[in-house]
Design a protein around this ligand. Sequence first.
Ligand code: GLC
Length: 642
Amino acid sequence: MKPCCRILLPCKNTPFLGVPIPKSPNSASHNNCLFNSHFCAHNDHTSSPRVFVFKTILGQSQKPNFAPNSNWGQSRIFSSTCGCNFSKRAHYLVASLASNVKSFSTSIETRVNDKNFERIYVQGGINVKPLVEKIDLDEDAVKKEDDGIEVKDVENDLKNENLKEAESADAGKEESEVEKEAWKLLRDSVVTYCGSPVGTLAANDPNDKQPLNYDQVFIRDFVPSAFAFLLKGEGEIVRNFLLHTLQLQSWEKTVDCYSPGQGLMPASFKVRSVALDDNKFEEVLDPDFGESAIGRVAPVDSGLWWIILLRAYVKLTGDYALQERVDVQTGIKLIINLCLSDGFDMFPSLLVTDGSCMIDRRMGIHGHPLEIQSLFYSALRCAREMLALDDGSKNLVRAVNNRLSALSFHIREYYWVDLKKINEIYRYKTEEYSTDATNKFNIYPEQIPHWLMHWIPEEGGYLIGNLQPAHMDFRFFTLGNLWSIVSSLGTPKQNEAILNLIEAKWDDLIAQMPLKICFPALESEDWRIITGCDPKNTPWSYHNGGSWPTLLWQFTLACMKMGRTDLAKKAIDIAERRLSLDRWPEYYDTRNGKFIGKQARLYQTWSVAGYLTSKLLLEKPEMASLLFWEEDYDLLEICVCA
Ligand code: GLC
């Protein structure tokens, strides 16, 4: 890490000197404040919340006096300590602590399915990644990792043949005016931290006076930007992004005294400028784990995208050293451990709340939404590829394999619908009490929506949006279906059939702007009850049947995998005709995507990057082929359900 870099950290509940802090709201006495500190508070006038800069001496844990029942535990700690009055959350800037805490190391245990996967060693506890290591900790290696993020001049080091080829292929190519504009916009949206590029703004419209959090770097939004840079032969920004977000991952966060599990990745982060004592400023990274987000939604997809992006980065750059780093290996394990942790689940699919992915507002997708399942599946496949196989990881890898086969069986078997399957459901018997029921989830045939009876084509099929006891959400969710193709969550036949359906239903799913986020929209009573009367998600707008140009890159990748580049080209042509003229909107409204979205941001970066990535993927099929997965026959073999 460059010397000036600081990261804003939540204080409460952060493991201190390796001692995990209980989650209980009554655990005030356990909440070690990290600081034996004499600190000074600075009000960040440019932005709320206030930011506190700590001059910290580390070495002792000191319990602060605070009441445990504040909305924001952290705020309470420090409002009582420093006598400041503020209502929102507070963040804590920890100044270069890593070196001070190296000498402390304690172990905590993580458990997945009651098997201990490994011991996680926490070096220090503040601003230092927890390190997963074998018992015989390699001191030198740890020291190297522990020095923080080293953002080297990767340009020379990293470039393997792939990246060099990508660059030289580009050199000879004439870019269209739209592409030139898109590249300029993408580069203008780059966010730097201590002089290095670390991500891209969600939107960059100079005329937008109320950017809300669109002036932040979103993890999911950065993915198409990252792909565009990687395919262009530029790896540095992606590497920096991966390492900086990794640092943000390890810190506990709290909503009303409750913390989600360790390993959660933020939805977004912002680089803030913080005033120091002597009229100087320094930059800090301020993550949002959902504690500020509208609806307090947990960004479940962030960690999954992080793993997927890491694998893509490594594949395209050949920088295997990054994936092998102890802190990176730990990051992967923390995410996977969190996903695999025990709950009350009856299904291998991941149980999440509404709004935990790209659709980050209430849209009735709580439970086991397809988008999360397909990202989960590909993140597990990536993790299995990247995890170093040793005694410390073998149980985890075994659990990953088991989950992969159970998950793919579950989705292929129960989420799949086509004409034949709908006819079967139509004739289902219900109330079958037995282990060998046909209608396992007790689906009442009356649930089949009228639109579906007419809509389902003779050719093709798709994976439904969600499955729960007595509930099938028959809506078509585009990202989940596309990513199932890309990751081979679906069978080869299903993957082909999904594209056949998109082709057959072109006017509904692509129409005047690719692609519908979901089909059809919730209307009338359904809209009222399911969205909670959300004025942003009115029928055929935004998440409720709006058209999102960013989905073009996933569509292109899926088409390329299935040998249907004709479809991708057709969709790109449609987008190309409008995107630049319309100033790169975030989404489009109406049934056929005719209008720029009512509340759509303009110059939305992932619309720009989605377009560029699509173009680059088509130009570089050999690189594209590194980004999707074929059927895994080993998994099929170990799948006892099948
Ligand atoms: C909206 C979208 C979300 C996206 C964010 C930033 O909240 O629903 O998917 O990440 O905007 O663009």
